[in-house]
Write a protein that binds this ligand. Structure first.
Ligand code: IDP
Ligand code: MG
Length: 149
């Protein structure tokens, strides 16, 4: 089973999309193993988006992600990283297919509603940036055999 980091960005929180997005991930069969509302400080934002330092959108990105509460989460399931990236859709909402989260709820790249780790390595790094080991809940659901084989 794989774990991945998902963050509902400030626009998702302000637009009352938390429940909608969590519902999609739950219905897919993914399991929520950690969640917290938080306001990210600049230091954490810069660590999280370190790979983008120096790019033209970097300052706006850090300003945006620290501008209000976000919902940080860890989700678990078979191929969770790839599955959630697919469900999120393309970074640019114009290119994101209808039916994806960004395709359905976002209009431009700056405010694209959701973050999801792009690889298992990124997932490990991002999970440990936002959560302590103790905050990650390992548990069984009776549905697991139906969903995860
Ligand atoms: P991802 O979120 O799909 O993994 P990344 O390339 O890692 O996309 O970029 C991180 C975030 O930075 C994007 O989700 C988006 O909010 C923002 N971003 C990326 N490229 C641009 C751009 O060209 N203009 C404005 N914002 C961008
Ligand atoms: Mg990325």
């Amino acid at each position: 089973m794989e774990r991945t980091f998902v963050m509902l960005k400030p626009d998702a929180v302000q637009r009352n999309l938390i429940g909608e997005i969590i519902s999609r991930l739950e219905r897919k069969g993914l399991k929520l193993v950690a969640a917290k509302m938080m306001i990210i400080n600049k230091e954490v934002a810069e660590k999280h988006y370190g790979e983008h330092i120096g790019k033209p959108f970097y300052d706006d990105l850090v300003a945006f992600i620290t501008s209000g509460p976000v919902m940080a989460m860890v989700w678990e399931g078979i191929d969770a990283v790839k599955v959630i990236r697919k469900m999120m859709g393309n970074t640019d909402p114009l290119e994101a297919a209808p039916g994806t989260i960004r395709g359905d709820y976002a209009l431009f790249t700056g405010n694209n509603v959701v973050h999801g780790s792009d690889s298992p390595e990124s997932a490990r790094r991002e999970i440990s940036l936002f959560f302590s080991e103790k905050e990650l809940i390992t548990y069984r659901k009776d549905l697991d055999t139906w969903v995860n084989g």
